[in-house]
Design a protein around this ligand. Structure first.
Ligand SMILES: Cc1cc2nc3c(=O)[nH]c(=O)nc-3n(C[C@H](O)[C@H](O)[C@H](O)COP(=O)(O)O)c2cc1C
Length: 368
């Protein structure tokens, strides 16, 4: 694939300036508008490749609390290829045609025309609520091999071309962009990118507070996300990174200049996290974690949905990682993980869940 744009400018790596003042925000935060779409509450479920499929989204929707759900990232070039070869559309579009709205579909590529072609289909034929562009993926297959995802952060002109072409093709369906702070700690350019994203006609900007080089190391830099707000005139800023509790969501809104927040990893085994965060934003008591029996039932429903789509064999293999997410952080999770990691069929999966999925401690029996 052809290279796009120049290498990042090598500027000396300087520490991030702290905010002069912390901006106290209106609390509770109002809903956000993404084009004509009202996102209420302003808590978004993040796209996650390999995870946020229709089964996961159905479970998230059941618990409620997420104002906008998103698919996994879909490769626009792959979509076009499959279309031209009259093959089935990618598994990553499973559910998209029929499931409830609002729903954002995220696509990636570096070619404005390919992106526009796919965006138009998603907007007009699939009638999705939002078309989101991935400018944040740091994985080599996407960056070095396909010069897409976070690779494009070094080429604001190309980003502008992709966004403006997509906006035109999808209208009136809103187009949004998801970025990282920059390619590396030495080439942070999110302020410039934010201006480009808005100028090109995007309807919202989501920022994961790490650079591509960071992958997932260290902590998301919410001060740096917050500073981007002053560069946006019209569109909402959605902050993302390390939110794993309702309290942290409240803290993010109270301390940083963001209009919305997005949650990814923490919701994988805890799809009820959105409803906990939404209750906290309404000033209500935060609902307790479901008991482990309820969590197990939820996981088994998730398993059924996956098997209905992919069949028992592939469904079981796919579900191993989700099952580990549901067990994560609980007593006995390691033991469960070691057993579920190799299961191959439905009977074995159910037996392992029955035997090893963490259970609530039995209530202490009354002493005579
Ligand atoms: C397994 C996995 C897959 C991901 N896939 C995507 C993706 O398809 N598109 C995207 O924009 N971000 C993707 N991300 C990044 C998340 O959306 C999010 O920005 C990141 O995990 C930080 O948020 P968190 O701290 O709440 O997890 C992925 C992250 C993980 C862990």
């Amino acid at each position: 694939m052809q290279a796009v744009g120049p290498r990042p400018r090598s500027t000396p790596c300087s520490p991030i300036a702290p905010l002069a003042i912390t901006v106290p925000r209106n609390f509770p935060p109002p809903p956000i508008r993404i084009g004509d779409l009202v996102v209420d509450p302003p808590i978004l479920q993040a796209p996650m490749a390999g995870y946020t499929n229709a089964a996961f989204r159905q479970i998230v929707r059941q618990y409620g609390g997420a104002g906008l759900l998103a698919t996994e990232m879909v490769n626009a070039r792959g979509f076009v290829w499959l279309d031209e070869h009259t093959a089935e559309h990618p598994d990553r579009l499973w559910g998209v045609a029929d499931e409830p709205r609002p729903l954002a579909v995220q696509i990636w590529d570096n070619d404005p025309e390919t992106m526009a072609k796919v965006g138009r289909r998603l907007a007009q034929e699939y009638r999705v609520s939002v078309v989101d562009i991935n400018f944040g993926c740091p994985v080599r297959q996407v960056t070095e091999r396909a010069h897409s995802g976070s690779y494009l952060l070094r080429d604001p002109a190309r980003m502008h071309a992709i966004i403006s072409r997509l906006v035109e093709a999808c209208a009136p369906t809103p187009v949004t962009a998801k970025i990282r702070l920059g390619c590396s700690p030495c080439t942070i350019n999110c302020d410039e990118i934010a201006r480009v994203v808005e100028e090109a006609g995007a309807a919202a900007l989501t920022v994961h507070g790490r650079t591509a080089k960071d992958f997932f190391s260290g902590q998301a830099n919410w001060d740096r996300i917050s500073q981007i707000k002053q560069h946006l005139k019209r569109i909402p800023l959605i902050g993302n990174g390390d939110l794993d509790s309702a309290d942290k969501v409240v803290h993010a809104f109270q301390n940083y200049d963001v209009d919305g927040v997005m949650i990814a990893r923490a919701a994988l085994g805890r799809p009820w996290l959105f409803s906990q965060a939404a209750a906290a934003l309404r000033g209500e008591p935060i609902p307790a974690e479901p008991d482990l029996e309820t969590q197990r039932t939820c996981m088994l429903q998730h398993y059924r949905l996956v098997c209905d789509r992919f069949g028992p064999e592939k469904g079981t293999v796919l579900m191993r990682k989700f099952a580990c997410c549901y067990a994560q952080g609980k007593t006995g999770a390691r033991h469960f993980r070691s057993h579920v990691a190799n299961v191959v069929g439905v009977d074995e999966f159910l037996r392992v869940v029955d035997e090893y999925f963490p259970r609530d401690e039995p209530a202490a029996t009354a002493q005579p």
